[in-house]
Design a protein around this ligand. Structure first.
Ligand SMILES: [Zn+2]
Length: 103
């Protein structure tokens, strides 16, 4: 859902004609876009950097489409590390989305 940009973010809801007030539910600063929720928001970005470090993936988190592109290109195959990273990716997106919904 997150990769396909199908989550009901404020931006997406407004695109389909549902009026929702406010910006980002987490920081309130900008329009709530998928890329902002998962990689632009400071808290989410720090969580993602920590997770990558724990997985011994050493790369600079650039955010937005570049993170999604990285995930799509790297999370292919069935090796152990790819399976672990897939689980990590799903857990991360679920956690960040649930955190957003709690707010
Ligand atoms: Zn925000």
């Amino acid at each position: 859902m997150a990769i396909l940009d199908r989550l009901p973010t404020v931006d997406r809801l407004s695109r389909i004609g549902i009026v929702v007030n406010g910006g980002c539910r987490n920081c309130g600063n900008v329009q709530e876009l998928r890329n902002h929720i998962f990689f632009g928001y400071v808290f989410a970005r720090e969580v993602w950097e920590i997770i990558l470090g724990l997985c011994r993936v050493h790369r600079e988190v650039r955010g937005g489409d570049e993170e999604l592109g990285w995930a799509v290109s790297v999370l292919k195959g069935k090796s152990l590390i790819v399976c672990i990273l897939k689980v990590v990716w799903c857990a991360y997106t679920c956690y960040i989305w649930e955190e957003r919904n709690c707010r």
